[in-house]
Design a protein around this ligand. Structure first.
Ligand SMILES: CCc1cc(O)ccc1-c1ccc2c(C(=O)Nc3ccc(C)nc3)n[nH]c2c1
Length: 296
């Protein structure tokens, strides 16, 4: 497919399946090689197939495609094009393939040689990507380490815009009609109680991602992962319990060896009232100074 701005069209017959990369909430992501010459020299791509039977998702899927085809930022996974199959009944989204997988698996595997300076570099890149999304009036709504992909040992990108919503021009937030699919521990209080999502609720989630980064996404270090098992954790009573302890100022404890000023930044992101939370631009500035004078 050419470099035209038009959505690039991938022909299904040249899209060779290699293996499954992961199962998301709107379909599965597969590793494929787009190999029109048939000589295995084609590019590796990540392909998300829409579940064929869920026609209702087709509209959602079209919106996801419209959303990500308009994003151009080095800290956001690149949109490559679409592939139609079965006439135009089925649709697949084609994205750049990042060979190192998600931040969760990367940190678990490379814990030894990732120091706090590198964690701060990753945090600043996620911040830059979120700042860009905000400038486009997009709210990600599912910012979590599982949705950050590792391009190289010095570059991470924000991925999975299945839940991304555009904020209406006359409002500061987006209200969804149904409780989200994603685990409540990444949600800001107002997202749990009023289904309200805004740039400031993305900032709350960014605080959780900081916690994941500095605990190297270790399960035992943070309750939120452990208690995700079994979806009884999504029951309303648990959600209200979480909101109540957040109201009483309970927060996740600092990860082991986490620099105090980084934990202070997390706590700022977890201000109960959304307007008391910092902006992504001020967080980005703060992290940049920490990287400069990081002794490590
Ligand atoms: C196409 C779905 C999608 C939709 C969207 O809106 C934004 C990003 C993506 C996406 C999701 C996953 C990936 C991946 C990967 O999962 N890579 C890997 C590499 C190695 C290992 C072990 N695991 C995994 N690469 N590019 C990806 C793009």
């Amino acid at each position: 497919p050419g470099l035209s701005q038009e959505p690039s069209l991938y022909e299904e017959r040249h899209l060779r399946y290699i293996n499954l990369l992961g199962k998301g909430n709107f379909g599965s992501v597969e590793l494929c090689r787009y190999d029109p010459l048939g000589d295995n020299t084609g590019e590796l791509v990540a392909v998300k197939k829409l579940q064929p039977n869920k026609q209702s998702n087709m509209a959602e899927f079209q919106r996801e495609i419209h959303t990500i085809s308009s994003l151009h930022c080095e800290n956001i996974v690149k949109y490559l094009g679409v592939c139609y199959s079965m006439g135009r009944l089925n649709m697949s989204l084609v994205m750049e393939y990042l060979p190192n997988g998600s931040l969760v698996s990367y940190l678990e595997k490379n814990r030894q040689n990732v120091n706090s300076k590198r964690l701060l570099l990753f945090a600043s890149q996620i911040c830059k990507g979120m700042e860009y999304l905000q400038s486009m009036r997009y709210v990600h709504r599912d910012l979590a380490a599982r949705n950050i992909l590792v391009a190289s040992e010095t570059l991470v990108k924000i991925a999975d815009f299945g839940l991304t919503k555009i904020i209406p021009f006359d409002k500061e937030y987006y209200r969804v009609t149904h409780p989200g699919e994603s685990p409540i521990f990444w949600y800001a209080p107002e997202s749990i109680t009023e289904f309200k999502f805004s740039h400031k609720s993305d900032v709350w989630s960014f605080g959780i991602v900081l916690h994941e980064l500095f605990s190297y996404c270790e399960h035992k270090q943070n309750p939120k992962k452990v208690s995700m098992i079994g979806n009884d954790m999504q029951s309303p009573s648990i959600a209200m319990h979480l909101v109540n302890i957040l109201k009483e100022n309970w927060r996740l404890p600092a990860p082991l060896h986490c620099p105090p000023r980084v934990y202070a930044m997390m706590l700022n992101c977890w201000a109960y009232n959304s307007e008391d939370r910092p902006s992504f631009s001020s967080l980005g500035e703060q992290i940049k100074t920490y990287i400069q004078d990081d002794r490590e």
